[in-house]
Design a protein around this ligand. Structure first.
Ligand code: 13P
Ligand code: ZN
Length: 263
């Protein structure tokens, strides 16, 4: 196996996978992660025509860039111990229509279409977010089975009103994609559109997709949403359907911290 050395990124994969496994959010091979690289060095320029694989969607904003992506079937609990064998390095062609494997794990996550489509949107709209994290937390999947929790507004307003700072960290709320085939381009394209503005997208009855400046940053936002969902579930288990913090209070808090325009 050709090796590569992106030590900071590998450390980010390792630490994040460790915590995903510990929290039970990425069971078995559930979930996947990627980090976008600028790829301005010689090692990464060698994507030969013969190695070109057609992308399911053009990604013009990724032209000439590279992505580190977890392999399909890889386990968070193993990535968290030794990330290198589980992560592949892929280069995007200079016209943004092809990609090729460069080094590391050779079997990309089945969510490759989503990761590439989302990185393309992030590079265009929110270039500071270089990392994408997808995982399957039970408390978030369970939300999708509640009557009426079938849209972004209802879920955002209810769940992010459980705790005083949740909406402050996620003023835009979350995005929501109705059930789509795992690994499909539709899932990727719908998510990419929502992530132009949001940092989290809930995939109905599947899991969550988070973006951040790093995987640790994406994990932060996932943690905030998941904590709020757990507060909700604890109250429901106690027989309480919580009203949550009022909209007036939420807006007051956002205004005090200068984030009301993102609400
Ligand atoms: P991969 O192992 O192919 O990344 O698939 C896991 C998953 O969660 C798909 O949504
Ligand atoms: Zn999944």
């Amino acid at each position: 196996m050709t090796k590569f050395s992106y030590q900071n990124e590998l450390d980010d994969f390792k630490a994040t996978a460790h915590w995903l496994a510990l929290r039970g959010w990425s069971e078995a091979a559930g979930g996947n992660m990627s980090i976008r690289l600028d790829a301005q060095n010689n090692f990464l320029s060698k994507l030969h025509e013969d190695d070109h694989i057609k992308l399911p969607v053009d990604v013009p904003y990724l032209a000439g860039k590279a992505v580190l992506l977890t392999g399909s079937g890889t386990r968070a609990r193993e990535i968290g111990v030794d990330p290198l064998p589980h992560i592949g390095l892929y280069k995007i062609s200079d016209d943004g229509r092809y990609y090729g494997w460069i080094a590391g794990n050779e079997t990309p996550s089945m969510e490759l279409p989503a990761h590439f489509a989302i990185h393309n949107a992030l590079e265009q709209h929110r270039p500071g977010d270089k990392a994408i994290l997808h995982t399957h937390p039970a408390s978030l999947i369970a939300l999708c089975h509640v009557d009426g929790f079938d849209n972004a507004k209802t879920i955002s307003d209810k769940i992010l009103s459980m705790q005083s700072e949740a909406r402050l960290i996620l003023p835009e709320g979350i995005g929501f994609v109705e059930h789509e085939l795992p690994g499909s381009l539709e899932l990727g394209l719908k998510s990419a559109k929502l992530l132009e503005r949001h940092h989290l997208v809930l995939w109905q009855c599947h899991g969550l997709l988070a973006t951040g400046d790093s995987l640790a940053g994406a994990f932060d936002k996932l943690e905030v949403f998941e904590k709020s969902a757990r507060v909700y579930w604890q109250l429901r288990a106690a027989g309480i359907d919580p009203a949550g913090i009022s909209e007036t209070e939420i807006k007051h808090t956002l205004k005090a911290f200068g984030r009301l325009e993102r609400y």
